[in-house]
Design a protein around this ligand. Structure first.
Ligand code: HEM
Length: 476
């Protein structure tokens, strides 16, 4: 009897192993006509290119850096294998257009379920970012589109000016040339206040009260989300179950804040869906906007020539005028280029994945239906064929004059492209330009030489040390 039981115990894993082996064999065969890195030996057969990917991450690089190196080796359409999944990667401009715009392929449900319902707890739920069902997503996107148009956002230019004036006051109190300042943190606080104010007419003062509950729960919920993404096995460790309960409670507390606020608005829509979008705007908008600006100020600190040109433009257009209006913004051409160049080198969302719903041909290669296809503005932005001296921070490449040819839309897409592009991009650009202009008007920046200039990729890309610097008030 015991012998039979033991046989059964060994038989089940053997069947499972045989099934996995067959699955991997079949998938490798299906994509064998597409170029890509070879895998090594038996371990390579089962794990694919996982060990190469881990080498990049351990070496302080990004997965996207591995893709960039592979583009030089295998061309602009190639495949790689991670365990039993094969990903088709492309930065070919025609292919990018086809995947994101012409075919408008859906998002990958496996990725967005994690942020929608981590551990079966409703976090972003079916919010705009995580809803992978086209028709339910589309109904709500149409509702929100209007409020995010540039001309509508310009009605809030007073609020945007005042939020950043508050940040300037706070930074001035620290600008003695000796106090080390983490600019990422300071800008994150302002970004949260702006989203609360502009999107939900909420008065939150995170700039002066970083411990407020909205900031606390948004921050902690994101921290939990990263752990869940990068430590997928922690659920099996009983020692982590208390952490898991606390994480779920943080999500519930954040949703309760959203619920209380939405009830005040007396909305007629489904409350749970409204809470999903309440959380989505903070989660999708705060880190991305703040990280971009932290990278931008890091580049300004690293490139004194860029800082000088910015000062010239901003002093000429604004002088000591504190209020920045739409007319001023349209004149800040170089400032605009600095923002764009920052997003070329440091896009906070470096890669985007889609699932193909039909067979197609990319760059001559047949791509079967149900393929996981990845595109990356980070890789395109650093590919020498598309951008000359891509590792040099050169805002002038976005100045469209007779010496510069226009940048191809499908090689530069930090806000993604097509129907599921970033709804908050107009807000992010307004916020970005106003912050840069006010910062340059007010301060000299000295980067802390002791800081780590590396980058970290969690859900988004950010400067590892958060832009550590010393500030001095500008004499003008
Ligand atoms: C520099 C700042 C920002 C960058 C680089 C950025 C980038 C992106 C990208 C690449 C996507 C597509 C993601 C995907 O396909 O998985 C996206 C989607 C989205 N972003 Fe942004 N974003 C920024 C700021 C914002 C802001 C300020 C908000 C709102 C307050 C926002 C709200 C959203 C939402 C709701 C989506 C999902 C849109 C949909 O699928 O309908 N983002 N963003």
């Amino acid at each position: 009897m015991i012998g039979e039981f033991l046989k059964l115990i060994l038989f089940i894993p053997a069947i499972f192993f045989a099934y996995k082996t067959y699955k991997i064999y079949a998938i490798r065969k299906k994509y064998s006509h597409i170029p890509g890195p070879k895998t090594k030996g038996v371990i390579g057969f089962y794990l694919g290119n996982l060990s190469e990917a881990l080498k990049y991450i351990k070496g302080g690089k990004l997965l996207a850096d591995m893709m960039l190196d592979m583009c030089y080796e295998y061309g602009t359409v190639f495949k790689f294998q991670i365990v039993d999944k094969i990903v088709v990667f492309t930065i070919d401009p025609k292919a990018v257009k086809e995947v994101l715009i012409d075919e408008n392929f859906p998002k990958v449900p496996e990725i967005y379920k994690q942020v929608g319902f981590p551990y079966n707890e409703r976090y972003l739920g079916n919010g705009l970012l995580s809803d992978t069902d086209f028709s339910s997503w589309h109904k709500r996107r149409v509702l929100f589109n209007h409020g995010f148009q540039r001309n509508i956002l310009l009605n809030s230019i007073n609020e945007l000016n005042s939020e950043f004036d508050m940040l300037m006051v706070r930074l001035r109190s620290l600008a003695d040339g000796k106090t080390r300042i983490n600019l990422l943190k300071e800008i994150s606080h302002a970004a949260l206040d702006i989203i609360a104010n502009i999107a939900f007419s909420m008065n939150v003062d995170t700039i002066n009260d970083p411990n407020n509950e909205l900031n606390h729960y948004v921050y902690e919920s994101l921290k939990g989300f990263y752990r869940q993404t990068f430590e997928p096995f922690l659920i099996f460790n009983p020692g982590e179950w208390k952490w898991l309960r606390d994480y779920k409670q943080i999500i519930r507390n954040l949703r309760n804040i959203g619920k209380k606020h939405i009830m005040k608005l007396d909305e007629k829509f489904n409350v749970d869906n409204m809470i999903d979008d309440f959380l989505t705007f903070f989660v999708a908008g705060q880190e991305t906007s703040a990280n971009t600006l932290a990278f931008c100020l890091l580049e300004i600190g690293r490139n004194p020539d860029v800082f000088e040109k910015l000062k010239n433009e901003i002093d000429t257009v604004l002088g000591s005028k504190a209020f920045i209006d739409n007319e001023d913004l349209t004149k800040l051409t170089y400032t605009n280029c600095v923002y764009k160049e920052t997003l070329r080198m440091w896009p906070p969302i470096p890669e985007i994945a889609r699932i193909s719903t039909k067979d197609l041909t990319l760059n001559g290669y047949h791509i079967p239906a149900n393929s996981w296809i990845e595109v990356s503005t980070y890789v395109s932005g650093r590919f020498e064929e598309y951008f000359e001296n891509p590792h040099v921070f050169k805002p002038e490449r976005f100045l469209y004059d007779s010496t510069n040819k226009k940048i191809n839309n499908y090689t530069y897409f930090p806000f993604s492209l097509g129907a599921r592009n970033c709804i908050g991009q107009n807000l992010a650009k307004l916020v970005g330009k106003i912050l840069i202009a006010k910062f340059v008007q007010n301060f000299e920046i000295i980067l802390d030489p002791a800081q780590n200039f590396g980058i970290i990729q969690e859900a988004t890309l950010r400067p590892a040390d958060g832009t550590q610097c010393f500030l001095l008030p500008r004499k003008n």
